[in-house]
Ligand binder design. Structure first.
Ligand SMILES: *Cc1c(COP(=O)(O)O)cnc(C)c1O
Length: 391
């Protein structure tokens, strides 16, 4: 197993065959200087990297404790860290001679990122999305179509993310020859969790470099929200050997971890198998995968990347949870204090930093990974506050 007792390839034979092909290709290219150079080229020239490490001075002064820095992944093209991953996987797909990208999407963020890169690389693109999610996210469906992708409506089961994954895998297994399955987070069967982490680790490498330049030391804390765990593992990875840096993953506590409405996989999950990997999973009383809830569509996943389960078990990282209410407060706070509207996912990390900063001295520094921008969430937050915006 790749990460202690976590990871693996728990798949039916016809899909395993396809995943093995991806594994062989990734093994071949992951250290290839030309591949890495091309990856870096698109990060710099298309995604707008390196992203800023911004000193949130107003917020730091207001809270009166540690110095807070924001890693501005929200300033990337398409407004989040997801672009890093889709560039990497699409380049690998091209190396493998694939002509088409297939992906699942929940709220549509990963679908839009995949459609974006398919447009850039002139590849066909098919996004599987639950019929219920299609109803809720009409704007993202139109975005994907605008970018040239075909959106497939998934009409079985609960008609949401889990069924979208099943449908995408099924479609993939029927056209392996020229199609690549592009996963949206550091989850799924090996090599995906490792590969996605490698494509996202640029976040932590840039944090380290910029922080050393600004503060002449490493940060004391690095904090990131955890859904599947890709922005968090990307921010953490380069610091794993720097034991003096505390790594904190923030999950969605929804309406409270004592209720049924949360997505706190690390806090409340058990070891199990989901989407081809062994990891921590939220299970119901019958041992089936539980329904999850969060105000944030990017965080409501019943599993978590296997490397996080490993970091949790060996205590290299700690995992905490933040409720909807705390995240919405942080969303509003950062908007007013710094003029930065964060994604509601990222607001979970901001909320925890607000609690932590107050308890620390001014000589300490906290880096919060601002995984994305909040334009997509404005309408939902307004409605959470009881306002109805007219379209
Ligand atoms: C998708 C998304 C997330 C959650 O995904 P991870 O793989 O856990 O990083 C977090 N923030 C934003 C802005 C997202 O779009």
């Amino acid at each position: 197993m790749e990460f202690g007792q976590f990871g693996g390839q728990y798949l039916p034979p016809h899909i395993l065959k396809a995943v093995k092909e991806v594994e062989e290709a990734y093994d071949r290219y992951k250290d290839d200087p030309l591949f890495l150079e091309e990856f870096q080229f698109y990060l710099n020239t298309y995604a707008n990297r390196p992203s800023l490490l911004y000193h949130a001075k107003n917020m730091s002064e207001d809270l009166g404790g540690a110095k807070i820095y924001l890693k501005r992944e929200d300033l990337n093209h398409t407004g989040a860290h997801k672009i890093n991953n889709v560039i990497g996987q699409a380049l690998l797909a091209k190396r493998m001679g694939k002509k088409k990208l297939i992906a699942e999407t929940g709220a549509g963020q990963h679908g839009v990122a995949t459609a974006t890169i398919a447009a850039l690389f002139n590849m066909a693109c098919e996004i599987h999305m639950g019929a219920v999610d299609i109803q809720k996210q009409a704007l993202n469906v139109y975005r994907m179509e605008l970018l040239g992708a075909k959106v497939v409506s998934v009409d079985f089961g609960l008609k949401t993310l889990k069924e979208a994954v099943d449908s995408a895998l099924d479609a993939w297994s029927n056209e392996l020859e020229d199609t690549f399955y592009l996963i949206g987070s550091a989850v799924g069967p090996h090599p995906y969790p490792t590969m996605v982490r490698d494509f996202q680790k640029v976040i932590g490498m840039e944090i380290k470099q910029a922080h050393l330049k600004l503060e002449h030391k490493l940060p004391d804390y690095v904090i990131a929200c955890v859904g599947g765990g890709s922005n968090a593992i990307g921010a953490f990875y380069d610091f794993i050997d720097n034991k003096e840096v505390t790594l904190i993953g923030v999950e969605a506590a929804g309406k409270g971890i004592e209720t049924k409405f949360h997505a706190a996989t690390m806090t409340r999950g058990k070891n199990g198998v989901i989407h081809g990997m062994r990891t921590k999973v939220l299970l119901d009383d019958n041992g089936d995968i539980d329904e999850v809830y969060s105000i944030s569509a990017g965080l409501d996943y019943p599993g978590v990347g296997p490397e996080h389960a490993y970091l949790f078990d060996n205590k290299r990282a700690i995992y905490v949870s933040i409720t909807d209410e705390e995240a919405v407060n942080a969303f509003e706070y950062l908007s007013k204090k710094e003029g930065i509207i964060p994604a509601i996912e990222s607001a979970h990390a901001v909320a925890y930093a607000m609690v932590l900063a107050r308890t620390l001295g001014k000589d300490k520094s906290i880096v919060v990974n601002l995984s994305g921008r909040g334009d997509k969430d404005v309408k939902q937050i307004a409605s959470y506050r009881g306002l109805k915006l007219i379209d």
